[in-house]
Write a protein that binds this ligand. Structure first.
Ligand code: SF4
Length: 438
């Protein structure tokens, strides 16, 4: 990033950019470059605070919770950083049967999760579209999970249509790195070696009908400033072409993994850098959800909630059969080992509102409709009430001890503020009614 010395990072310029974000406008790439080049630490405090304000304008205090469900670690690719890579001869391989996937999902539903992200390694025969369709159908028909998202191998348009038709909400796929020489080095084998096939994945998903797509880069493979700018450029290209960008941006950082071939890279991404990246995503694309991976340590994840993050995974296992039996080879090491209940308690103690809500998917408020509601700020009204309703269910079905007390106190305060019959809806939930939402 030697060119950064030519970029205007004057405080006046930075404050103009922040004001534009506060008006909920998407930043252009020169504005993103100015934020990426900013070095003045006192101005960074203003940037972080503005990111928090932008996030709260769109989402209020709400933090959405979910868990990944790994279906398979059998992979035909050899991504050098990944525990699932084909060259990791120490890996213990497993693809869940449909019945096992249902058992994992049921266990998670019993802990209070309503939203899961299905994750598969890339193996067309073992974890292709037919297998995924069966898993999705079985989980929806025999568990209390209400929405499934998917992080799978890039597909062709026809398979994406089937994935969407199966009932997947968000399709997620990360480019890993936009830097072509790094990409080629890191992905020497298998379908993933084809940079262009992966780069075009979101175009094919959108063509197949997905309006909710999740994107990201694996931070630490190459210069994070370059990657962050490249990802935002990719998002802006999608916005220009289709009229909408990603539903979510994830912030995964390279972590140790069994059998990883990646050591001593020169592209370290510090905790401070992660904070900057989260803030820049939030400011550049104000309506986009920012998802914090379970790779990160608990303390950092907590801080990121006040910088612009809107979703976090909780209680995650990154191996197939990880919830029922602990699993074997993980894709990467997790940094935050807290359970869903512990994370819910922490979010409340920080003044935020945990949410297990899936109402927008049940009411068809996804894609363009969701964005329109977010832009008119109407979404905040829905989300707040739905988050409270989801927490009331959680209190009735799962919560215990101090966390239950914390939640009950929070809901009591909210009932007093509500003019929308919240108390009556809570009573219905106490009587056993479920999935009440607006
Ligand atoms: S990153 Fe994905 S594609 Fe690459 S080896 Fe791991 S599971 Fe396979």
């Amino acid at each position: 990033m030697k060119e950064t010395k030519h970029i205007n990072t004057d405080p006046l310029r930075i404050r103009e950019i922040l004001a534009k974000s506060l008006e909920m406008q998407v930043l252009d790439l020169t504005e993103v470059s100015a934020l990426l080049a900013l070095e003045d630490s006192s101005l960074w405090f203003e940037v972080f605070d503005t990111a928090r304000r932008v996030k709260e304008k769109v989402y209020g205090k709400r933090i959405v919770l979910f868990a990944p469900l790994y279906l398979s670690n059998e992979c035909t690719n050899d991504c050098l950083y990944c525990g699932f890579r084909t060259g990791n001869s120490d890996a213990r391989r497993k693809t869940l049967t449909v019945d096992e996937a249902v058992q994992e999902a049921s266990l998670l539903a019993g802990r209070g999760y309503k939203r899961l992200l299905l994750v598969t390694s890339e193996h067309a025969k073992l974890a292709g579209i037919e297998y995924i369709e069966k898993v999705v159908d079985a989980i929806y028909s025999s568990t209390d999970i209400r929405i499934l998202h998917a992080n799978t191998a890039p597909m062709n348009v026809e398979d994406f249509r089937r994935l969407k038709g199966a009932g997947i909400g968000v399709y997620q796929c990360f480019q890993e790195t936009y830097h072509i020489p790094t990409y080629r080095f890191m992905h020497p084998k298998g379908a993933k070696a084809d940079y262009a096939w992966r780069l075009g994945v979101m175009d094919r998903a959108v063509e197949a009908g997905f309006e909710d797509i999740g994107m990201g880069v694996l931070l630490g493979l190459y210069d994070w400033r370059w990657e962050t700018g490249a990802l935002i450029a990719h998002c802006k290209r999608l916005i220009n072409k289709y009229g909408f960008g990603p539903h979510t941006l994830s912030v995964p950082r390279l972590q140790p993994a069994q059998g990883s071939m990646v050591h001593n890279l020169h592209y370290n991404v510090s905790d401070d850098d992660i904070k900057k990246i989260v803030a820049i995503y939030r400011l550049a694309l104000p309506y986009t959800g920012v998802v914090i991976s379970t790779r990160e340590p608990a303390g950092l994840r907590d801080k990121l909630l006040s910088i612009g993050a809107s979703q976090i995974s909780a209680g995650s296992k990154t191996s197939p059969w990880g919830y029922v039996e602990g699993g074997d080879t993980e894709q990467f090491e997790t940094g935050d080992k807290r359970s869903l209940e512990e994370i819910i308690g922490k979010i409340v103690s920080l003044g935020y509102m945990p949410s297990l809500c899936t109402a927008c998917y049940r009411e068809g408020r996804s894609g363009e409709k969701f964005r329109h509601l977010a832009e008119t700020k109407a979404i905040k009204a829905f989300c707040n009430e739905n988050a409270l309703l989801s927490l009331k269910e959680y209190i009735e079905d799962c919560a215990s001890g101090d966390v239950k007390d914390q939640l009950m106190k929070m809901l009591d305060k909210e009932i007093n503020k509500s003019t929308n019959g919240l108390a009556e809806k809570f009573r219905l939930i106490e009587q056993g009614k479920r999935d009440i939402h607006v």
